[in-house]
Design a protein around this ligand. Sequence first.
Ligand code: ADP
Length: 449
Amino acid sequence: MIKKLLIANRGEVALRILRACKDMNIKSVVVHSSADSSSMPVRLADESVCIGPGPSKDSYLNITSIIAAAEITGADAIHPGVGFLAESEKFSRMVEEHNIIFVGPKPEHIALMGDKITAKKTAVKLGIPVVPGSDGIIDNIEKAKEIAAEMGYPIIIKATAGGGGKGMQVVEEPKDLDEAVKIAQKEAQANFDNPDVFMEKYLQNPRHIEIQVISDMHGNSVHLAERDCSIQRRHQKIWEEAPSPAITENKRAMLGGIVVNAMKHLGYRGVGTIEFLYEDGKFYFIEMNTRLQVEHPITEMITGIDIVKEQILVASGKPLSFKQDDIKITGHAIECRINAEHSETFLPSPGVVESYHAPGGYGVRIDSHLYTGYAIPPYYDSLISKLIVHGSDREEALRRTSRALSEYVITGIDTSIPLHRKLATNSDMQTGNYNVHWLERSFLPKAKK
Ligand code: ADP
């Protein structure tokens, strides 16, 4: 069993993992940048090691410093959290080469799913339906035009190494394809150090449905149902729900079964999320994330499974403590991602939190590293808090979300709380009648007026 875990991350997710360590009686080490010296995870960890200055490339992405910190502190495992090195094949391989447990999948599975084209090809082989598109990278614009004409416009161009909603280009008409491919390749090179792009049919009204899985090293895989992450801005999730208001028990069992079989076939270990677009009753694979997801708490609320604890247990070599039949969905959960940004202009708003009051009460959970006087550094992701609410059904969860948001006070910086307050009482949200384009096409233009 893991005795001392090094957390190679920051902010709320570092705190989430740290809390699991304390609950499991595992010693904790947090590595941090000098900009995070007074952060909550650093204050609460058993040990902390400063690994460099503020910019991520000099600290949270500095593999040698992180591994050195693990060796110096005698940590026997490293949890990469979410983002930074969580999906780096190189990092996971180097961690294992130093005889340290990597709390995550095998390096080869990270590599397999880290490249979207390879991931889609693997999905096809495993019997998972994918979004129609180019078979490989776009290396010949004339051929790309033929494929696009065959599929029909609009199409979307994506970076094969992409993530975080970056670098996607939607093309409505053939005359714009050439230019869009060039822009996408440039952005892909700048963001992911890899210019390769591919093409997919751009679906008009899909929901984003993802399945949470967990697998141990003994051949067991279980799915923990779906999350609906269709409320997005710039292809990034803002509000998530579990279960999806649009998925029936039969569909869940069908899709969950396909995913579990695929994981068993791969010999996958650890937690993972398989993401689909869902339109007109059909699912289309888009990608797999080989790590913990930001939105994992809503699954914890409806299943009663502590996903981070189970992740640490399976990384220690323990068999899963539950079977598929043990997983029962109770009620409905919602997560609001609260960012340090203006709720209408979306401009980032780092700075000092002058006062902080978190909501509470039955069914309310806050995963946040904020405190009064905390200075949010300018270097990182703007996520500052996750409000997670559980209700006996969706109606109650929505009312409770609204209630909790009305109690939440964060002053000194701009936050996205006002946006969430409007969302929680919106009529389309009440009926669950939304898709991935709804926020930007229907909600935000009206919210501005
Ligand atoms: P990333 O890895 O950058 O997050 P994804 O491939 O997971 O990119 O897609 C993120 C989001 O972009 C999806 O949830 C969806 O809203 C939108 N998207 C991606 N592919 C398509 C598509 N083929 N048609 C319509 N929307 C898409």
